[in-house]
Design a protein around this ligand. Structure first.
Ligand SMILES: *Cc1c(COP(=O)(O)O)cnc(C)c1O
Length: 241
């Protein structure tokens, strides 16, 4: 089969990523099915998302509700991506909560009780539970969002009051370092929080979402169950408009 050069690049990238991922899994004495791969498609055109789907990728992440809405509806009218799971990764404002609950299969950026209230109400209206991860802020960078590690136990306990939210685990965006090894202490800290609060997650297989293109192998070594890759799969992103 002949592919356009730009698109076959995605197939190559995916093969390379899968290889690195499975080696990291082996190195850490874990099983391959313990670590999921999510393709981050923010700023990536719908055609390239379709190509990744054709190569077998099934989980996708976006960081803006509007962009996701447009992309997903475009993909629905072209070839089918029935069965794809869409994850919301970006900070979510309460006025977009209802739309997000409608579009996404999982919200990974749950970081306040107020947002939880809006999401729960929207999920109730749709008559289905909404899966969420609590985003935790493990670094001091002011630009980062997320719940504080100190109040995590209380936050998770309070989230149990929402009948239509299913809190399945934790997510974090670690600080960026040129050397991925420097990220390790942040992943270690997340893993400890994850283990400590496991009984509060409403899933038989709780999710620890951490690790991006730069540092996903370190994240896997430290216990990530889901890595989120953008540039490693789709190439450098265009600058945000
Ligand atoms: C953009 C983004 C990613 C992917 O980043 P890459 O470095 O391109 O792999 C992962 N997680 C979140 C929350 C993001 O916003």
């Amino acid at each position: 089969m002949k592919r356009t050069p730009g698109l076959s690049l995605i197939a190559d990238n995916l093969a390379r990523v899968r290889d690195r991922l499975s080696r990291a899994v082996q190195r850490s004495g874990r099983r391959p099915e313990e670590v999921g791969l999510l393709g981050v498609t923010k700023t990536v055109p719908a055609g390239h998302v379709q190509e990744a789907w054709d190569c077998g990728l099934r989980n996708f992440g976006e960081n803006k509700v509007q962009e996701a809405l447009e992309k997903i509806s475009r993909l629905k009218t072209s070839r089918s991506m029935e069965g794809a799971a869409w994850h919301m990764l970006g900070h979510l404002q309460t006025n977009k909560a209802a739309k997000a609950a409608d579009v996404f299969n999982m919200i990974q950026s749950l970081d306040s009780l107020r947002l939880a209230g809006f999401l729960d109400k929207a999920a109730k209206k749709q008559g289905r539970p909404l899966s969420c991860l609590v985003e935790v802020k493990v670094s001091e960078e002011p630009s980062k969002t997320g719940a504080s590690p100190d109040g995590l136990e209380q936050f998770l306990t309070e989230l149990n009051q929402f009948s239509h939210l299913r809190v399945e685990g934790l997510m974090t965006v670690a600080p960026y370092f040129d050397h991925p090894e420097k990220t390790r202490p942040f992943f270690k800290r997340m893993r400890a929080l994850f283990d400590r609060h496991k009984r509060l997650f409403q899933s038989e297989h709780p999710i620890l979402s951490m690790g991006m293109s730069q540092d996903f192998e370190v994240a896997i070594e430290e216990g990530a169950t889901l890595v989120r890759l953008g540039t490693a799969l789709f190439g450098e992103r265009r600058a945000a408009p």
